[in-house]
Design a protein around this ligand. Structure first.
Ligand code: UDX
Length: 440
């Protein structure tokens, strides 16, 4: 069969990356968004968020003439054979459930113009059962009726590795309801599959579940080691060494076993909450009840970091100067959604501390959401006259700080290493009082 023309609906983090990479891989791609300003920026070659390698690929895709953008769903429906739905599913206000407004609106808007055979592919992270519901919706709204099919292809990309994860993912998952849908998906990922990327073909519900099950597992692994950190703190044991020793067991492995301040970002926290909410609706809330504990352990790490800073500040942070190194939820990202770093910084501020933040990429976002905090020009600038320094995001440039140079600018050389990013021996040798979560 012919090479499909692709549309990507929603040009946020996931959609923009998918659209750009698919055009670079040789497909004709139309990016669709309701936000004209976003479309204009992308069409002029500007990636509206921080992602290493993506601006270069956008330039390449635009130059090839294979990537265009529009706000018209009619144009999208006329152009595309395979339509990827990449809009966000944020946490609902005042609830743990996922807000499906954008998914429902974009699928409805597209379906209304589908007058010929086409495949609509959901990529967004959704409550299990969504694909079945959308199948009925599409068939009802589309002029082409039963000619239009729905499939699910969950996305596992990590911020900071978005290009790599799209071009050569660990696996592809195709949730399909027919052999035709599978064939169309195989055609739409032909260059990726040609590299030997494994593909798992399943039903729609399983495909939806793979995503939330994977994120729940990853969150569980992080909270597991952070729970061990709590035990270490009560016994004088060292969670850093414990994690390294566990990692040698190939059944356990070392990835996602880094103890510290815990997980944040736009996916893991909201996905485990939405999963719990959906499981409750399905009457199997008990099966994933442990995720409440995973969330709780994660939140306690933030509180414990505030406690350590308070201890080093002499029991009270009021009036003390605190340098907060990091704002992004993880390094190589400017994303501050549910960022543990900013949670800690703003809690310290609420307790009366004078907090100065520095982050290599997330300053603009942090200033917008937390105008009450002060901001430095560099790590050293933020640390000037600080009573306590707290490292909250493990950027490489923080790992490379010269402890002697920083000791020379602070009021008192005390540091809390919230991410186990520094060498305690080196910092102590330079005169610092060094503290880390779960380490003696
Ligand atoms: C995550 C999933 O990894 C990805 O597959 C999914 O598509 C989206 O959600 P992302 O949010 O980009 O990706 O970040 P990730 O690299 O997974 O890190 C999540 C959080 O966990 C970060 O705050 C990070 O600092 C923290 N983390 C990660 C730890 O605290 N310890 C670890 O060992 C690993």
């Amino acid at each position: 069969m012919n090479t499909p023309r692709l549309t990507v609906i929603g040009t946020g983090y996931l959609g923009a990356t998918h659209a750009i990479c698919m055009a670079v891989l040789g497909f004709e791609v139309l990016g669709v968004d309701v936000d004209q300003a976003k479309i204009d920026r992308l069409a002029s070659g500007e990636v509206p968020f921080f992602e290493p390698g993506l601006p270069e690929l956008l330039a390449k895709a635009l130059e090839s003439g294979r990537l265009r953008f529009t706000t018209s769903f009619q144009e999208a429906a006329e152009f595309g054979d395979v339509h990827f739905i990449c809009v966000g599913t944020p946490q609902k206000q005042g609830s743990h459930a996922a807000d499906m407004t954008y998914v429902d609106a974009s699928v409805s808007a597209l379906a209304a113009h589908l007058t010929r055979k086409a495949l609509v592919v959901g990529k967004s992270t959704v409550p299990v059962g969504t694909a079945a519901r959308l199948t009925a919706l599409v068939k009802e709204l589309a002029p082409a009726g039963d000619e239009v099919e729905l499939a699910w292809n969950p996305e596992f990309l990590r911020e900071g590795f978005a290009v790599e994860d799209t071009m050569k993912p660990d696996r592809l998952v195709f949730g399909v309801a027919s052999a035709w849908a599978e064939e169309r998906l195989r055609a739409a990922f032909e260059p990726v599959l040609a590299q030997g990327v494994p593909v798992k073909v399943t039903d729609l519900a399983t495909a939806e579940l793979v995503k939330v099950a994977a994120n729940s597992f990853l969150a569980t692994k992080i909270s597991y080691i952070n729970a061990m950190a709590e035990v270490c703190e009560a016994t004088g044991a060292d969670v850093h060494d414990l994690a390294e020793a566990l990692a040698f067991d190939t059944r356990i492995g070392g990835r996602f076993l880094r103890p510290g301040l815990g997980f944040g970002g736009g996916c893991l926290p909201k996905d485990i909450r939405a999963f719990m909410a959906r499981a409750e609706e399905l009457g199997v809330g008990q099966a994933v009840g442990f995720l409440r504990e995973i969330d709780g352990i994660n939140q306690r790490r933030r509180a414990r970091t505030v406690d350590l800073v308070t201890e080093l500040a002499g029991g009270d942070v009021a009036g003390k100067r605190i340098a907060a190194l990091g704002a992004a939820f993880k390094p190589n990202s400017d994303d501050i959604r549910d960022a543990p770093a900013l949670d800690v910084a703003s809690t310290l501020h609420r307790l009366g501390a004078r907090v100065t933040v520095f982050d290599p990429a997330a300053m603009e976002n942090a200033k917008r959401v937390h105008p009450e905090l002060s901001y430095g020009e560099s790590a050293l600038d933020a640390a000037r006259d600080a009573d306590v320094v707290v490292l909250l995001t493990e950027w490489t440039e923080f790992r490379e700080i010269d402890p002697a140079a920083m000791a020379a600018v602070v009021a008192g050389p005390s540091i809390v290493d919230g991410r186990h990013a520094l060498d305690p021996a080196e910092w102590r040798a330079a005169g610092w009082e060094y503290r880390a979560l779960g380490r003696p």
